[in-house]
Ligand binder design. Structure first.
Ligand code: MG
Ligand code: MG
Length: 623
């Protein structure tokens, strides 16, 4: 059955590139968007042949606009125009034309008038063995609700006329979807799927620029699909996504993300839905925290990084028996410094410079996590790539780094380490609080689907942060017990600090790791004694905080003296301090949470500006 489809408008590139990307991602079908065809160098017969070669059915040709309810003489011209599209469809080898509800000011309302037009067009289409699907645009002039479109289709009462249901047009205006369930499944000619983030925007701009794949936005696409499933509809599910990032990004990646979103939706809908997949997906991997974080560096940087770790109170607890790999520990935090001159870490170092080459996640079952990741087309690794070349199941994560899955069996990742005894430290740091990764804005939705698809993580509301040189979008994803927290930072302005990080790091990657502590003042005092030094925060910031929160003078003095940032959320309080940037690549944060769930977004702009001052070329005057 040709059931997994995507509209060519969703992807970047020329039509043939789009079709190849769609086929290689694993779709069965496409909707050909008329403009993609018109702007393409060769004709419909060549596209038909290419689709046959790629094993892609063309499930619809779209869109045909401003058809129903036109007065004469436009009406006659509209029918003539439709006949020409029928010719084209026959050359393309598709039998379904998508007609969206009329937006022309010239059009006349009236359900019966529209039904009559469709009945007549149905006769013409049927003569050629073609079908017409009618879709209510949320901004249609007379018809903007699928329930009205259905009434027109019902009254047209023609076997070649059916309805097209698009999740965006039903959900964005907030129409109830329950009525959908009473439409006979065989009168639904196509189901189009799109999600979108909640935005205060006119619906047309929202639809044209900000649609996303199911699971990437805030619309209840699952409810929409449950109503569709109740109709007995068994035709294609077609992704139709108008999104500026998708149209600018990699067609291959977008197509893969699209397929991933359909696999996830399909799995979520079972058992009421005749799923595409033979087997249900393995359950989402339950994260239990960060097992370890591996840094790839060279020999010189290994020494510098080790000194920084020591200043932060880490103890060297292991040295690999045969490799240039060290283990550093504190509380539950495990860090690995890998300065081998071959292997995965080394190639990561050569490509990206010093940085995090792998994150090991503690999960309930590494085998099942790998199964799920594979079903979702993540790129897997089974070679020995763990610290010191141990075989740990892994997948490719952000920016060419690896995500290892550790369960009970993987707990022996440290077997090849010779224990090193050093002074028992204070263990002021308890655990990894969160890991922040930077990426170009157009990759954010992709990584969001990656993380939330494979792991049991949920999204927090997206934040917008002002960098001195542009805006940064920040998206946190966390698990239920908050033992795993990732913050994805995306920037489209190319001079923001995350963007600069991305260009210097030659790709996306970990920008900072935050550690949790119980008492930030004691922790920072201890670290200072060991030689640690923290990011300078301007006095203006503290004046503002003092006025805003009415903090006790003694606390204010401590914050100022220690470069600690403060935030409050209801009763919750948050304290954070940052190290200087290591080799212009990454940095560390120490946080203390007191009944606080966020990430100090209010302070992020202050921190970014402070860092920008530190990394600014020396030729610029310091102010
Ligand atoms: Mg649509
Ligand atoms: Mg942070």
């Amino acid at each position: 059955m040709n059931r997994r489809s995507i509209a060519t408008v969703s992807l970047s590139g020329a039509l043939d590139e789009k079709l190849r990307a769609i086929a290689s991602a694993g779709f069965d079908a496409v909707e050909i968007f008329e403009n993609d065809l018109l702007s393409f160098g060769s004709g419909p017969r060549d596209i038909a042949k290419l689709c046959r070669d790629l094993n892609l059915a063309i499930c619809a040709f779209q869109p045909f606009r401003d058809f129903e309810g036109m007065p004469e003489p436009q009406r006659a011209r509209t029918f003539a125009r439709a006949e020409r599209k029928f010719d084209l469809m026959q050359e393309l080898g598709t039998d379904l034309l998508l007609i969206c509800s009329n937006v022309s000011p010239a059009s006349l309302g009236g359900i019966d008038r529209a039904a009559d037009d469709f009945r007549e067009l149905g006769d013409r289409a049927a003569r050629r063995g073609l079908r017409i699907g009618y879709e209510a645009l949320a901004w249609g002039r007379h018809v903007n609700d699928y329930r009205d479109a259905w009434e027109i289709v019902r009254r047209a009462d023609h076997p070649a006329i059916g309805i097209i249901l698009d999740s965006f047009h039903a959900l964005a205006p907030g129409f109830p979807v329950r009525a959908m369930a009473s439409i006979p499944g065989d009168k639904i000619f196509l189901v189009q799927l799109a999600d979108a983030p909640k935005l205060e925007l006119d619906i047309l701009s929202w639809s044209r620029h900000f649609r996303s794949f199911p699971g990437q936005g805030d619309l209840p696409v699952g409810e929409f699909m449950a109503a569709i499933a109740a109709t007995g509809y068994a035709g294609p599910l077609s992704l139709e996504i108008f999104n500026d990032q998708f149209r600018a990004g990699s067609a291959t990646q977008t197509a893969l993300d699209g397929l991933r979103s359909l696999i996830l939706l399909d799995d979520q809908l079972a058992p009421d839905w005749p799923r595409f997949a033979a087997e249900p997906l393995a359950p989402k991997a339950k994260g239990r925290g960060i097992g370890f974080i591996e840094f790839a560096v060279n020999e010189t940087k290994a020494g510098e990084l080790g000194r920084l770790f020591a200043q932060l109170g880490f103890r060297k607890t292991g040295a690999h028996r045969s490799k240039a790999v060290e283990r550093w520990s504190q509380g539950e935090v495990e860090l690995v410094i890998n300065s081998e001159t071959d292997g995965f870490a080394h190639s990561h170092y050569v490509t990206h410079g010093p940085g995090v080459c792998a994150i090991a996640l503690d999960v309930d079952n590494a085998g099942l996590a790998m199964q799920r990741a594979e079903s979702l087309r993540a790129r897997t690794f089974y070679q020995p790539v763990g610290p010191g070349e141990l075989e740990i199941p892994a997948i490719h994560g952000v920016g060419g780094s690896l995500l290892y899955f550790l369960d009970q069996a993987g707990k022996n990742w440290d077997t090849d380490f010779e224990p090193v005894t050093s002074d028992k430290g204070a263990d002021a740091l308890l655990a990894v609080d969160h890991i922040a990764q930077s990426m170009p804005y157009d990759e954010m939705l992709s990584w969001l689907l990656f993380y939330t698809g494979i792991l049991d993580l949920k999204r927090l509301p997206q934040m917008e942060i002002a960098d001195p040189r542009g805006l940064v979008q920040s998206q946190a994803i966390i698990n239920a017990d908050q033992s795993l927290r990732f913050v994805l930072n995306g920037s489209s302005a190319n001079r923001t600090l995350p963007a600069r990080f991305i260009s210097e790091f030659f790709g996306s990657g970990v920008q900072h790791v935050a550690f949790a502590c119980r008492d930030i003042f004691a922790t920072v005092a201890e670290m200072r004694k060991r030689g640690a030094d923290f990011l300078d925060i301007p006095a203006n910031y503290y004046d503002d905080i003092e006025a805003k929160y009415d903090l006790a003078p003694q606390l204010m003095a401590q914050l100022r003296a220690n470069h600690i940032l403060y935030d409050r959320e209801g009763d919750g309080e948050f304290f954070q301090v940052y190290t200087h940037i290591f080799d212009e690549r990454f940095f560390f944060e120490i946080v203390e949470r007191r009944n606080y769930q966020g990430f100090g977004a209010a302070n992020a702009g202050i921190r970014l500006a402070a860092q920008a001052r530190e990394v600014r070329p020396a030729s610029m005057p310091r102010m």
